[in-house]
Design a protein around this ligand. Structure first.
Ligand code: ZN
Length: 1003
């Protein structure tokens, strides 16, 4: 992406020689007034900027992040779309926001500024005179912020204001140069430390929570009175979560100006709401000079949950002070307000929390955000480039806090079971080669990777470390890191250096590998013999194992081992010694099925399950089916597929057909190779077979079926996770054997004399590309197919072919949720023995995609080889392969077929009814193809078209289509079917809905 390239240009000044650590200083004096009718801020910035670098500065990049909300082409807007959120894109631009009115002076002299060419939320201030090392300048500018609706962090909901990332702010200058960055929703910040004095003018009845100390005694008294009244009411009020929108009281006619000051912070945020209830408490930390003021502010919405908020805040501050380092600020505030980026957001001394839904979750989110005062606020790392340094380290301590004060809570997913979300997410991505390194720029992480790599994996890596050295040592090392780097900008190496110095050099390769790479580690319990425990390591990350050992006499002990280490002989455990690698102590262990000694007992359960631990997974899902030849079918799918991908997966699903009396079904297995060679993320080897009935002889009512056996090798290319384009190539072989009645003339009467096989072999090569974009998704596919001759069949069926198919499809979302869709299909027989014949076998090109044109038996259809007198409704199930023509013309008619070439298009428009629940649309299909009515006729190009109304669901996979207009021939064939409704067609695109295909595509 372009924005990434630019970012790396800003960041990569690696030509500079390695330099001594330095840090710039910024001292802000801002006055701002809020107009709550126009939702505007009018501000005046005075900034003292001290250049502590050894370099002379000629310009300073400023972040003017409200401009992220000024158009659909900003980095923020593009990322929102990439992450599947179209709310901002389609919203009325009146609700967007911006920052303007800049007019800089530097030490009183006018100074020019220029917006960045790609990012309107970055401007460059050209200094009238270069700023020498050690020099200080005063920069002044007015600014106006049009506060946007709440799309991310800065915003307002009615007269409730979340004023964050709001003032012109210089980018960080460090030994790597300038770090100018556009505002992002997924991706945080990097800011210079300094002091703030912010004077806010607004109507008198607003309650304001902010970074810093409130200077006005009268305002403080007013808040304490509110807090006292609220505290009294807390006792008597029923503890129920408020529902509905609490109205805003009218704003006072008179205004007030309140001032906040803060030292040694790198950001300033404030939240203003006339409805805020207030709670106040104090907290005296051991070793702190004065008690800390603890404030919480919240609306009626979750008032019952917030009743205990100051307790949570105090407990969190105490916990982090104890584990990491004493809280250095005079106050801490928690605010419940609108937030459209995650559950909570941290600012120095103040955190904002959205809806929590439960007291536990409120405590957890408050603690997490308060914890950011340490990992972000005090330890001011570059969150954009190394998101794990704030989120990951903080999540580790948040997890420890939750383990201290709450019972372990596992997430229960219906039919899957309980699972640890972080660990499951990590394994899910890593086992498919889809994980990214935690130390990846936040804008280059896919949405799921951001969650796993910034938060979960680093926290798990610290838990792994904790299992190896003990929690006390981890905390002691972290306190050292805190003391050494507080109020500074630590980089990843600075963190690793402290950890290594404190905990020993043997930890560095695997701790750093966890944060900086996608290397994996897997341990297994190889064997336990005579009390000797043998563990084996595989993978490229040399992480330790922490084993839980139970000796024969019941003694329990823990043992750690690093790869390559030959362990000393264990105490003779004797008979019955057992060893396991508990998941909590080995959280980054890639596979858990090999983590216990002894034989795994099979576990049989309903659904798909996680089934990853000591048990051998065997899952069952009941299946029901129907087709016109087998009738209703019932059966069961047995499989070993868990939510997490396994290297080897299998499924067998027998179904009994009640009409045919046949045992049908499908079965298959697949094997996954991860990153086998460069450029390929995953190779999937799969093979499977299926059998269904597809023909009923009217005379005897006997059903005949087909067996289809296929093998496939798929190459999933290594597309970077944030490129929406995914590509794959495949080679496939299909052997299709149709069992049919054999006839012979005996005594002038044609009689059934048994069965015969019609068998075909297909070899297919294909390439597919899908670009999954929110506004204009696009895909194409190319397939080359060889079909062999089969000498066991009638002359026509024997024909071989070599066929090239190409499909292009895409869409354009022209308004929220409504699309224009297009598809173009082209196919040509490079070789076809029937090219000059007017005989059209199943494998001829077909404008209509129905059960009979599904000549390889790829799809699932309710009826094939339909008897038009009995089941002609079954012809109305159409697919969207080949010509995709939506007129249910039976294969009885040779119309719409070609042995030569075909070009077809399918167009769909959702009707612009906004968000009406009925997804109505119109469609138009057209095709041009080489056709011969009789073998003796010359080949002619034929054009057919049909248009009508549609009702579609699930991205057009399921739909009902009613033809209303068509060319005369098509009209004629439709009329032969009967009335208007018999022209209806139904699309049930069922292929790809098998459980494991579905499960692979969840994240
Ligand atoms: Zn966080």
């Amino acid at each position: 992406m372009r924005s990434l390239l630019l970012l790396s240009l800003f960041c990569c000044t690696s030509l500079l020689p390695a330099q001594e650590y330095f840090q710039q200083e910024v001292d802000y004096d801002i006055s701002v007034s809020l107009n709550d009718r126009t939702h505007e801020l009018l501000g005046q910035l005075t900034l003292g900027y001290t250049n502590n670098s050894p370099d002379q500065l000629t310009r300073i990049p400023f972040h003017v992040w409200p401009n992220a909300f000024s158009s659909t082409t900003t980095a923020f807007a593009k990322q929102k779309l990439r992450n599947g959120d179209t709310e901002f894109y389609f919203d009325d631009s009146d609700n967007w926001g911006e920052l303007d009115g800049l007019n800089f002076t530097v030490d009183g002299n006018p100074a020019r500024h220029q917006a960045d060419a790609s990012h309107p939320d970055i401007v460059y201030l050209t200094l009238p005179e270069p700023l020498a090392p050690g020099g200080t300048i005063t920069i002044r500018t007015p600014f106006r912020v049009d506060v946007p609706n709440s799309y991310s962090r800065l915003g307002h909901v009615g007269e409730s204001y979340q004023v964050t990332q709001w003032y012109p702010k210089p980018a960080v200058y460090d030994t790597d140069g300038w770090h100018a960055m556009p505002y992002l929703d997924q991706g945080e910040f990097y800011s210079e430390f300094g002091s703030f004095k912010v004077a806010i003018t607004l109507p008198e009845n607003y309650v304001v929570g902010a970074t810093g100390i409130l200077e006005e005694a009268s305002e403080r008294e007013w808040l304490l009175e509110k807090a006292a009244t609220n505290r009294k009411n807390l006792v008597t009020r029923a503890v129920t979560v408020g529902t509905g929108e609490e109205p805003f009281p009218a704003s006072s006619a008179s205004t007030k100006t309140i001032t906040f000051t803060a030292e040694r912070v790198h950001d300033f945020a404030w939240f203003a709401d006339k409805r805020f209830k207030v709670l106040h408490d104090t907290l005296q930390l051991a070793g702190a000079p004065e008690p800390i003021n603890v404030w919480s502010m919240y609306t009626e919405t979750e008032a019952a949950l917030w009743a205990r908020s100051t307790e949570y805040l105090k407990r969190a501050v105490r916990f982090y002070s104890d584990k990491v380092g004493t809280y250095p600020y005079p106050q801490v505030t928690g605010v419940q307000s609108a937030l459209s980026a995650g559950g909570g957001m941290e600012y120095p001394m103040i955190t904002v929390i959205g809806l929590s839904y439960s007291a536990r979750s409120l405590d957890e989110v408050l603690t997490h955000e308060v914890g950011h005062n340490w990992f972000y606020g005090i330890l001011g790392s570059n969150e954009r480039d190394s998101p794990w340094m704030d989120e990951g380290l903080n999540s580790y301590y948040e997890g420890r806090y939750m383990d201290t004060y709450y019972e372990k809570e596992q997430t229960n997913v219906p039919f899957i079971g309980s699972l640890d979300l972080g660990r499951t997410g990590y394994r899910y991505l890593a086992r498919q080669g889809r994980d990214q390194a935690p130390n990846t720029n936040a804008d280059s992480l896919s949405q799921w990777n951001y969650w796993i790599q910034a938060y979960s994996k680093p926290a798990m890596a610290l838990s792994e470390l904790e299992a190896f050295v003990g929690a006390d040592k981890v905390d002691a090392a972290m306190r050292k890191y805190y003391r050494q780097w507080r109020f500074k900008h630590p980089q990843p190496d600075d963190f690793f250096r402290v950890m290594e110095a404190e905990l020993g050099s043997e930890i560095s390769p695997w701790l750093a590998d966890a944060m900086l790479t996608t290397k994996t580690s897997d341990w297994k319990v190889n064997s336990v013999r005579n009390g000797q425990i043998n563990l084996a390591h595989s993978g490229d990350r040399p992480a330790p194992a922490t084993a839980q050992i139970e000796l024969g006499d019941g003694t329990k002990l823990a043992r750690t081992q690093v790869p390559g280490e030959i362990p000393e002989k264990q105490a003779d455990g004797g008979e019955g010694t057992k060893a396991t690698l508990p998941e909590a102590a080995n959280p980054l262990d890639l596979y858990a099925h090999n983590n216990a000694s002894g034989t795994r007992k099979p576990v049989f359960r309903f659904g798909i399950g996680t089934g990853d631990a000591e048990k051998l997974p065997l899952f069952a899902l009941p299946l029901l089916g129907y087709n016109i030849h087998d009738g209703f079918q019932a059966g069961v799918a047995l499989h070993n597929r868990t939510l997490l991908p396994q290297p080897f997966e299998w499924m067998i699903a027998p179904l009994y057909g009640f009409s045919s009396g046949e045992v049908n079904g499908f079965g298959g297995a697949r094997y996954r190779l991860l990153r086998p060679f460069s450029g390929v993320r995953q190779v999937m080897l799969s093979a499977g077979t299926q059998r269904w009935s597809d023909f009923t002889l009217a005379r005897t009512d006997e059903a005949y079926g087909y067996a289809r056996t296929a093998a496939k090798v798929e190459f999933y290319f290594d597309n970077p996770p944030i490129t929406e384009r995914k590509t794959k190539a495949f080679i496939q072989g299909i052997y299709l054997n149709k069992n049919r009645p054999a006839f012979a003339r005996i005594d002038t009467v044609t009689q059934i004399v048994g069965t015969r096989d019609e068998a075909n072999l297909f070899i297919r090569l294909g390439f597919e590309s899908r670009t999954e974009r929110e506004i204009n998704p696009f895909a194409y596919a190319l397939t080359l197919e060889y079909k062999n001759r089969d000498d066991g069949q009638s002359e026509a069926f024997e024909a071989s072919h070599l066929r090239l198919d190409g499909t292009v499809e895409g869409a354009f979302q022209y308004e929220a949720g409504n699309f224009f869709r297009y598809r173009v299909f082209c196919a040509y027989f490079i070789q076809n023995e029937l090219r000059d014949r007017a005989f059209y076998p199943e494998s001829a090109l077909s404008l209509v995609d129905n059960a009979d044109s599904d000549y390889r038996r790829d799809g699932l259809y309710l009826g094939r080889n339909v008897n038009p007198d009995q089941n002609d409704w079954a012809d109305q199930q159409l697919g969207r392969r080949q010509g995709g023509f939506r007129a249910p013309i039976s294969s009885q008619f040779p119309a719409f077929k070609s042995n030569n070439y075909m070009v077809a298009t399918n167009l769909d428009v959702d009707l612009p009814f906004g968000k009406l629940p009925i997804p109505l649309g119109v469609f138009l299909d057209a095709g041009y193809y080489g056709f011969r009515a009789l073998s003796s006729d010359p080949a002619t190009g034929r054009f057919s078209w049909v248009g009508g109304a549609s009702l579609t669901l699930l991205d057009n996979r399921v739909g009902v289509f009613l033809p209303l207009v068509a060319d005369p021939d098509t009209r004629n064939l439709l009329d032969q079917r009967g009335g208007l409704l018999s022209g209806l067609s139904v699309r049930l695109q069922l292929d790809g809905w098998l459980p494991w295909k579905w499960v692979d595509g969840i994240l």
